[in-house]
Design a protein around this ligand. Structure first.
Ligand code: PHE
Length: 455
């Protein structure tokens, strides 16, 4: 039975508010920082193609499922799953799917904040003109100096976590809705401007276009396919309950199909634009596309150092990157905060402090993995690499898999028909085929191959 009572946390004021907030969650470091460097590390075109396929065939149906489950349950992911499981006469154990999501969100937030902190540091470097006329070596040095200083990273990480806690404490609707309304369009404009600059590099731009869009399958490994799929989950904020939590604040009459498509398209566009802004500079400056997590911190300063008004645009760009990260971080913490508020009778403010400060503490491991702890490894990975791999490539895909199974197999057809309320039957049936068969099969195969369990 669908619940007519709104969430105790309130509702989005309109369909657009939800689209902006969910796009704010989706568009973040994943698009601008992570997508270019993993595309670079995994050989470009073929990887991008797999990523796009994963967005369409896996990400979109799961996003619809998450929004649907959230709106039907009207509570935090754990309680929503528990309530729906009860209504559908499924096992109460489904609530643990909510728990694993909250755990994944917590781990992601811990390292996300450290990287967002680095972007914050770059706002000041850019505005103060440090990048003026900088060479590729110079840019690498500036980044290395930041990374190797644990105190600085710690200070920025702390600041970022604090601003995240502040917004969530004030309730999603007030601070957030207003901010994203202005920020998302501005981010888009700046990206287009940067692509314009990158396009002026002529042959390098063409080289970047073929790097990103001409698939060379010999470059693609099974692990690369797993990384592409994991990134589809990461970039759309799926598999951990963020979108489910946001869906629980969605007004009844909104079309889930429409909003989900809009969010997926906007998110993909931002990632591709980021790639088109960055790779021409990589090629023009003889840098390696596969240089890893430092890629944007080492390439973009070169562009900003050479264009008219570069200080201003550079500063603006990193400011917007921080805002994009901020609107994502908020959604990482929201499910856990909502759970504490609903189940432990804790005030929103207190809940934010508890969750935020614990994630901050775990984030120290990531801070140190860039400097004094770069030798501390497990399975050959530093703490940061391990957290990233564990969440994006294991926890989110598995979370998404079980969400698909729950929505497709355990929720009755009548219930999903009612909640999704898709007017054209063909779209509903298309979704149901994807969520029941295509998505789970694809996730299982890619996952097993990617971790090497399937030849
Ligand atoms: N989608 C965000 C990004 O691309 C990260 C994120 C993952 C946010 C999971 C919420 C939940 O940066």
């Amino acid at each position: 039975m669908s619940r007519s009572v709104p969430s105790i946390h309130g509702q989005w004021s309109s369909r657009w508010a939800f689209i902006l907030a969910a796009t704010g969650s989706a568009v973040g470091l994943g698009n601008i920082w992570k997508f270019p460097y993993i595309a670079g590390e995994n050989g470009g075109g073929a990887f991008v193609l797999v990523y796009l396929l994963c967005i369409a065939c896996i990400g979109l149906p799961i996003m619809m499922a998450e929004v649907m489950l959230g709106r039907r349950g009207r509570q935090n992911p754990i309680n929503s799953l528990e309530t729906i499981a009860k209504d559908e006469q499924a096992s109460p154990l489904w609530k643990y799917l909510g728990w694993s999501g909250i755990a994944a969100g917590f781990i992601i937030l811990s390292y996300y904040s450290v990287i967002a902190g680095q972007a914050m540091a770059y706002i000041f470097r850019a505005f103060s003109g440090v990048f003026e006329g900088v060479t590729a070596d110079g840019a690498e040095n500036i980044y290395a100096t930041l990374k190797q200083d644990p105190e600085r990273l710690l200070a920025w990480h702390t600041l970022f976590m604090m601003i995240t806690m502040t917004v969530v404490a004030r309730g999603v609707q007030h601070g957030l809705e207003k901010t994203v309304r202005f920020l998302m369009p501005t981010l888009f404009l700046i990206l287009i401007l940067l692509v314009g600059y990158a396009a002026s590099t002529g042959e390098y731009f063409n080289q970047a276009v073929s790097f990103l869009f001409k698939p060379d399958f010999s470059q693609l490994t099974s692990e690369g396919v797993l990384i592409a799929m994991g990134h589809a989950f990461f970039t759309l904020s799926l598999g951990m309950g963020a979108i489910m939590a946001y869906g629980s604040y969605l007004p009844k009459e909104t079309s889930i199909l429409q909003v989900s498509i809009t969010i997926a398209i906007a998110d993909t566009l931002v990632a591709l634009l980021a790639g088109l802004a960055i790779f021409p500079l990589v090629f023009a400056n003889d840098m390696q596309p596969s240089s890893g997590p430092g890629l944007i911190f080492e390439t973009l300063p070169i562009a900003f150092g050479h264009i008219a008004g570069g200080e201003f645009f550079g500063g603006l760009f990193f400011t917007l990157l921080v805002f994009a990260a901020w609107t994502s971080a908020i959604s990482l913490i929201e499910p856990a905060v909502a759970w504490l508020v609903e189940n432990r009778n804790v005030s929103r403010r207190r809940a934010c402090v508890y969750i935020g400060s614990s994630a901050w503490f775990v984030g120290l491991l990531t801070v140190f993995s860039f400097n004094i702890g770069s030798e501390w490894t497990l399975f050959g990975k530093t703490a940061f690499d391990l957290f990233d791999y564990l969440t994006a490539n294991i926890m989110l895909p598995l979370g998404g898999l079980f969400i698909a199974i729950f929505a497709g197999w355990f929720m009755k057809q009548d219930s999903s028909t009612e909640e999704l309320a898709i007017t054209r039957p063909i779209f509903y049936h298309g979704w149901r085929i994807l969520i029941r068969y295509v998505t789970p099969t694809a996730v299982v195969i890619i996952f097993l191959k990617g971790i090497g369990l399937l030849g």
